[in-house]
Design a protein around this ligand. Sequence first.
Ligand code: URA
Ligand code: SF4
Length: 185
Amino acid sequence: AAQSLEEIGKTIEKCTKCNLAKGRTKSVPGEGNHNPSLLVVGEGPGRDEDRTGRPFVGQAGNYFETWMKAIKLSREGDFFITNIVKCRPPENRDPLNEEIEACLPYLERQIELLQPRVILCLGRVAAYSLLGLSESLTLLRGKKHNYHGIPVVITYHPAAVLRNLTLRAPVWEDLKKVTRLLSEG
Ligand code: URA
Ligand code: SF4
């Protein structure tokens, strides 16, 4: 039978479908509002996430929270946040295709249950994996995308923006796009 959000979380905690299971401390199913207007999708857990079992709680996560504060959205009240792969890749390397393929059904089921009005993809791995695209982020940002009819906004990963602050301006444009799409609902 199809699983609930809580059941998916429990399944992910014990999952051994790919090699990332071996290196993880805790898997990171995702958290936030269960009837969200927005779903945020990152790449995969980092060190702090692996240790706590919670998404986006390290440096990039704290920085990302300032973006959400700027558009007045919170995990409790408005959005759910998760990743393409639910277990940390060693040394934070990009997840491999086989790992993405093994893990993606969890995200697909989460989206079915959450039914967000808008999806925000953070970075190349999130956008490529969810939408099956492979153009450069710069090209993808300028186009309209949807996942089964749900509008998808693609922006840079907060860790990339921390390394290159010139990306702040385009990120702000993308966040305004999110706000606009949410207000159209
Ligand atoms: N970066 C991600 O992509 N996901 C996290 O959960 C934390 C950092
Ligand atoms: Fe399972 Fe996903 Fe973790 Fe791989 S990354 S072990 S598929 S939960």
